[in-house]
Design a protein around this ligand. Structure first.
Ligand SMILES: Nc1ncnc2c1ncn2[C@@H]1O[C@H](COP(=O)(O)OP(=O)(O)O)[C@@H](O)[C@H]1O
Ligand SMILES: [Mg+2]
Length: 261
């Protein structure tokens, strides 16, 4: 347990007491520091709920989430979350938005250079003084990424952050974010329903089933970064993951049919 960065034990969650089956059912998960994990599953299986619990934004009915051995009681600057929408302040510039985390932490004065470096790194060098409304969706998500990284988080929690982007931008950002987390030893947890995204970014994929939301499988992705999506190994892993998913769906279908008859 000491080696794990995020440690989830016997976690069960009901949003309300009238639910017949829990939203999350007896989740156990141990994520070592620096591992890139993808949580995949159908819409509604509880991925976002679980991620919000890792962020300290929501608390389980039962069981615990620990980070570095400590039960989470509130959000922290040590971990940052990125969502599908970049949630930027429209009246602020790119630089001001990227600096927000540091401003809130009261450390912007000392760390202003870091914001400049990060904006350069995510390809926004020429856009720092622009209002964020002048940027494309992909560029806005890059601002959110720079903001998330500025506070030097130990953990980056991503909730389908690329799903609203066009395919080219999405692919580029997936590659960049995985590389950054890998290089900087950031523990990443990515929620997605996109199998290719999981294979492109994660060291380990955790497969969830729905109703109740539970972990039903896992798969290692032993490919080095940056990943070559046109390689045979990539295609094979993608196919295997897809097959695993279909098998789980079929089992679920049978289970539901058996309950109905
Ligand atoms: N605040 C909430 N109150 C009640 N039910 C919720 C709430 N948020 C999500 N749910 C329900 O919990 C289940 C899991 O939701 P969610 O974690 O958002 O799934 P996912 O991210 O995998 O799509 C869904 O059935 C959803 O309707
Ligand atoms: Mg979700």
């Amino acid at each position: 347990m000491s080696a794990s960065n995020i440690w989830i034990s016997d976690l069960t969650h009901y949003y309300n007491k009238k639910q017949k089956s829990p939203t999350l059912d007896n989740i156990n998960l141990s994520i070592p520091k620096g591992q890139l994990t993808a949580l995949i599953g159908r819409s509604g299986c509880g991925k976002s709920t679980l991620l919000q619990m890792m962020a300290g934004l929501l608390f389980p009915s039962d069981g615990a989430v620990r980070i570095n051995g400590q039960t989470i009681v509130k959000p922290s600057a040590k971990w940052n979350m990125m969502f599908q929408k970049p949630s930027l302040y429209p009246w602020m510039t790119v630089r001001e938005n990227a600096a927000l985390g540091l401003v809130f932490a009261g450390t912007y004065k000392e760390k202003a250079d870091r914001v400049e470096e990060l904006l350069d790194m995510v390809g926004l060098k020429e856009h720092k003084d622009k209002n964020v409304q002048q940027l494309s969706g992909g560029q806005q998500q890059r601002v959110a990424l720079a903001r998330s990284l500025a506070t030097e988080p130990e953990i980056l929690l991503l909730d389908e952050p690329f799903s609203a982007l066009d395919a080219f931008t999405r692919t580029a950002l997936q590659t960049e974010v995985a590389q950054i987390c890998h290089d900087q030893n950031i523990t990443m947890v990515l929620v997605t329903h996109d199998i290719e995204e999981a294979v492109a970014m994660a060291d380990k994929v955790i497969i969830m089933s729905h109703n109740p939301g539970k972990i039903v499988g896992e798969k290692d992705i032993p490919l080095h970064y940056p990943r070559d999506r046109s390689s045979k190994d990539f295609a094979t892993l993608k196919e295997e993951l897809f097959a695993e998913f279909e098998k789980i769906d079929l089992e679920k279908q049978r289970e539901l049919e058996a309950m109905a008859s």
